[in-house]
Write a protein that binds this ligand. Structure first.
Ligand SMILES: [Zn+2]
Length: 254
């Protein structure tokens, strides 16, 4: 199978996982940078992630234009993706979600720290973007043009996750699997943090701990594949899985 076909399949898997794990519902989306052209990205047309199939994946330029003629309507908020790819050459995949567990933090400007080991994926700092600050108090809250996308990307800066006030979040991954990992674990981390607040003052992970976990989850490790394969099975798309990386052939270590 060629690289583009596998990229489309992986993106279908990512869509289905995020739907199955309740990170997205009818709304929300996930994209990946084009594997052969960093000036483009792959994203479904405006379908719910649960329903996305290979033929739904469309190529866009970073400013949100379709590369080839296609009458299917795109996501209104595709500019979130292109603006982050434009600002962050290190980012290979982007998720936009309205996951409820993170919304209270964006509304109150309460800090969302990583507090559990799997929550290390959100990074040390989770900035909050408020569309009203630059675009006034009468927007529909959606990111519907590049100017708004670029402003969000500016707030995200070099971080892995940015909250969007009263709306959701944008996550930036070093790979598609990495982005999915942020999408799945950020809400879990928020739930544990909320529960801990009832008992006392939660202790965040130390920066050194976050750093120490970064390399565990690059796409070529057995640890990453283990989760990807598990989530794909839960989402009933294991048949789309590609070849596991060499490190993952054999017994997983933890
Ligand atoms: Zn949205």
């Amino acid at each position: 199978m060629n690289e583009m076909d596998q990229a489309r399949r992986d993106l279908v898997i990512a869509n289905r996982i995020l739907a199955r794990e309740d990170v997205v519902d009818a709304y929300g989306h996930v994209s990946m940078r084009h594997p052969q052209d960093p000036g483009r990205y792959l994203l479904s047309w405006s379908r719910s992630p649960e329903l996305v199939e290979g033929g739904d994946i469309v190529e866009f330029t970073l400013d949100g234009k379709k590369v080839s003629a296609d009458n299917r309507p795109p996501y209104l908020e595709r500019f979130i993706h292109g603006a982050i790819y434009e600002a962050r050459p290190d980012v290979q995949a982007v998720i936009h979600s309205h996951a409820e567990d993170l919304l209270p933090y964006g509304i109150t400007h309460a800090k969302l720290p990583p507090v559990i080991h799997s929550g290390s994926v959100i990074g040390n700092d989770v900035p909050i973007w408020d569309i009203a600050e630059k675009f006034g108090r009468a927007t529909n809250l959606l990111v519907v043009n590049m100017e708004q996308g670029r402003d969000l990307a500016k707030t995200l800066a070099g971080n892995r996750l940015a909250l969007m006030r009263g709306h959701g979040f944008a996550a930036a991954g070093r790979s598609l699997m990495d982005a999915v990992r942020i999408g799945v674990y950020a809400p879990k981390n928020a739930r544990v943090h909320m529960a801990a607040l009832r008992l006392g003052v939660p202790l965040p992970l130390h920066p050194g701990e976050i750093e120490a976990r970064t390399d565990l989850f690059n796409p070529n490790t057995a640890e990453m594949w283990r989760a990807w394969e598990y989530w794909a099975r839960r989402a009933n798309v294991a048949d789309l899985l590609g070849e596991p990386p060499k490190a993952a052939k054999g017994t997983s270590r933890n």
